[in-house]
Design a protein around this ligand. Sequence first.
Ligand code: 2P0
Length: 329
Amino acid sequence: MNTKKDIVQKIISDRVHAPKPFGLGHAKANIALVKYWGKRDNELNLPETNSFSITLPLGTTTNITLANNEDIVVLNGTKIENQDQFYTRLVLFLNYFRPDASTHFKVETTNEIPTSAGLASSASGFAALTLALDSFFSMNLDQKMLSILSRLGSGSASRSIFTGFVEWQKGSNKDGSDSFAEKFSHFWPELRIGLSIISSAKKSIDSRKAMDITRKTSSLWKSWPDQVTHDITQIKKAIIEKDFELFGSTAEHNALAMHATMIAASPTILYWLPESIQMMHRIWDARKKGIPVYFTMDAGPNLKLLFLEKDKSIIEQEFPTIQTLVPPQ
Ligand code: 2P0
């Protein structure tokens, strides 16, 4: 069996140098337009399908130094208790890089993503941590290797090593050596993301568990991989041709299809709140009025609106509570 530790060691063993005084990493959050939902390997976060994302302008900055007696984790200026899940997940990841048991790290991490924004921070978090470790041990790894290492922390983190549009290749090797993200060569500077926060409460079921239940029990699971293949082709075509209707409708349909696979799981997994459905109707009503706006949704109740800069003022008038973000190239 390939354990995470074996794989990390294989990648880094001949590249690690003595630690520098500190190692700094920064990575941006991303939102999948064609979703990652379901793993072929739970240990290595190997996905059943490719996925395709857009980078957000908000991210995570992480600084690593050496600590004396135990690992110390500080998030946005507050020391995290070592019983906290955030602490244990981070320390587990650090263990794969720890040169020996007596080496301890202090990890100070700052999240630009407001915790209330309902956005996953594990993607930018594990990518920033990987970049900080790369710098700390002067490894100088290429982006492919950084993407593979980030993936071992959290699947979607593999995409946060890059900016712009990013495709995570599922790969087929058992050890995940061909499962990494790549930057898509085209960009769309006029694209905007509108965050619509319905609830910032902790999700009812974490996405890791939800993916597993979906894959094992959902009657709609069989059709999901073909759906993704189709949608990735369409979304790339839409970007190249700047066809916003194709872009928005593909992303929206893919998100709804992902949620449909969960609704068809046993037990049903439903992340939507009544307000989520209300918001969907408001978006569909806006479209009926001729306003080009679509949405995507992740493993939670919040919607992310997709639109173009030229329609920003009318959309902000129609949806006054959204926060508009400009995706970086
Ligand atoms: C995505 N999500 O593509 C999908 C869409 C949520 C819905 O990636 O278990 O935190 O760490 O590999 O990356 C959330 O899952 O899962 C996610 P792990 P991750 O963005």
